[in-house]
Design a protein around this ligand. Structure first.
Ligand code: AMP
Ligand code: ZN
Length: 483
């Protein structure tokens, strides 16, 4: 298996540190608001990575944090804690906000078939762990106290910028326009390990520490939680590309300084979901959620498919038109699978199975080429073999794709079969086409017919025709196609 490693900027063969386990860490959500579908792009692709590793035979232990303290409005440790902002917005306590949005996040994950990690740990559960690491860093001279806070001293490192060779001035994340510079810092990119003093004295959650009552910085959380559950080394660390700097850069700085050796071997970064106005982000206020897509009639798995259609290291542009295309592709695929007719006499064609599986695994093993893996699905449907083998292959692939291919196809088959018998009503688009608006109009026409309002029924048929849709009444329902 080959993965692109952001730390070396090379595609590398994946070799785990230990033969019996792959240690994987993923930065979890900051739970002050719903996850937007951009965040969820990262989690979908990380899910594909984890499932690919398992599919390839590795035993994976995946750990994820929940950021419920310390992530300030600016990634450079300035501004207010995002959690506090969320609590104020909703007139609730920080812990209520954290619980609500953590649950909401995992509900979204469930809808998108993202597996629950082996360990999920809220940052507020591991304060002792951060204090241990910060004490070690102070002892070794990698950290200093100033103005009541504890800072990591980036000038102590030979190489601080791991992911990019930046000019320090360009990367002065602390001095963005409108954001006050922290004059306690000795170097521009020094970062806070422990806060006791910030401008926002009303920070809700505080703990005792050797440096006074306060709270941890955001970066130390991921190092601490990772070491607590995965020990002193890590195979793969994931996150969105915006986390590469400063968050992951700082995680590496503090972890390796504390441990005295290399910490994580592979860094996998998922690129952004953008809208036509740029990166989707929670702080912009307006963003798209899974619930919103559902309320517009989209199946969450259509969004998963939409993500799988492109490579995780390319920015992906979201538009409803693109999502509609994914919806049509999904419906067509499900319809084709529903049309497979295996029977009990068919045996699995081993040669065909192995050949198709090899192609699928090769696509994923090539730095998670998910669009090629989807092509391997269509190759199965075209392959000269029996339908039992095709279904077995699709079920096998779906362990990674998680598009519910078999379940949805079975449901579709049952719906089509049951409709005439039950006096039910099926709406079938040609080639599996699906369009919520067309389907709504056809249903309205059916209702009008039932109510013997044939004038209205004819009007709807004409309206559909004007939109280029031709409908045909068939036993048990209506077929439609674009003309
Ligand atoms: P947050 O909840 O803000 O801590 O972010 C959770 C995860 O989503 C992190 O791994 C981010 O890097 C990632 N992320 C944030 N915005 C986007 C985006 N527009 N597209 C893809 N991933 C994102
Ligand atoms: Zn993190």
């Amino acid at each position: 298996m080959y993965l692109y490693n952001s730390a070396t900027r090379k595609r590398e063969e994946f070799v785990p540190n230990h033969p019996d386990i792959v240690k994987m860490y993923t930065c979890g959500p900051t739970v002050y608001h719903y996850a937007h579908i951009g965040n969820l792009r990262s989690y979908i692709m990380e899910d594909v990575l984890e499932k690919t590793l398992r599919y390839a035979g590795y035993n994976v232990k995946r750990v994820m944090n929940i950021t419920d303290v310390g992530h300030l409005a600016s990634d450079a440790d300035t501004g207010e804690d995002k959690m506090l902002k969320g609590a104020r917005r909703e007139h609730k306590t920080v812990m209520e906000i954290a619980k609500f949005y953590t649950d909401a996040f995992f509900d979204d994950c469930k809808k998108l078939n993202i597996k629950y990690p082996d360990v999920v740990e809220p940052a507020t559960n591991c304060i002792d762990q951060y204090i241990k690491i910060i004490s070690g860093l102070l002892e070794k001279g990698y950290a200093y106290q100033a103005g009541g806070n504890v800072y990591f001293d980036t000038s102590k490192l030979e190489r601080y910028y791991i992911f990019n060779d930046h000019d320090e001035e360009d990367l002065a994340v602390g001095v963005r326009e409108g954001v006050e510079e922290d004059t306690n810092k000795r170097n521009k990119n020094d970062f806070v390990l422990w806060f006791t003093k910030s401008k926002f004295e009303d920070q809700a959650l505080k703990w005792d520490s050797p440096w006074g009552v306060g709270y941890p910085g955001w970066h130390i959380e991921c190092s601490g939680i990772s070491m607590k559950y995965l020990g002193e080394d890590l195979d793969i660390h994931c996150g969105g590309i915006d986390n590469a700097f400063p968050h992951h850069t700082n995680e590496i700085a503090q972890s390796e300084s504390y441990l005295g050796h290399k910490w994580c071997n592979y860094w996998v970064h998922v690129h952004h979901l953008n809208t036509n106005t740029g990166k989707m982000s929670k702080s912009k206020g307006e963003f798209l959620t899974v619930n919103l897509l559902e309320s517009k009639g989209y199946d969450p798995l259509v969004y998963r498919l939409f993500c799988l259609q492109s490579h995780y290291r390319k920015n992906l542009v979201f538009s409803y038109e693109n999502l509609d295309n994914a919806a049509v592709t999904y419906q067509k695929l499900i319809t084709r699978i529903a049309a497979l007719t295996p029977d009990d006499t068919q045996e699995i064609d081993r040669a065909a199975f192995d050949a198709c599986k090899e192609k699928f695994l090769a696509a994923l093993g090539n730095d998670l080429n998910t669009s090629l893996a989807l092509t391997a699905v269509y190759d199965v449907l075209k392959y000269k073999t029996n339908d039992a083998t095709k279904l077995a292959l699709l079920a096998d692939f779906d362990q990674v794709l998680s598009l519910d291919l078999i379940q949805r196809a079975e449901k579709k088959r049952q719906e089509l079969e049951a409709a005439p018998k039950a006096g039910g009503f099926a709406i079938v688009g040609e080639d599996g086409a699906s369009d919520p608006q067309v389907e709504a109009l056809i249903t309205a026409r059916q209702d009008a017919k039932k109510a013997k309002n044939f004038g209205e029924a004819d009007r709807i048929r004409d309206q559909l025709k004007e939109q280029g849709i031709e409908i045909t009444d068939v036993p048990g329902g209506v077929k439609w196609k674009r003309i």
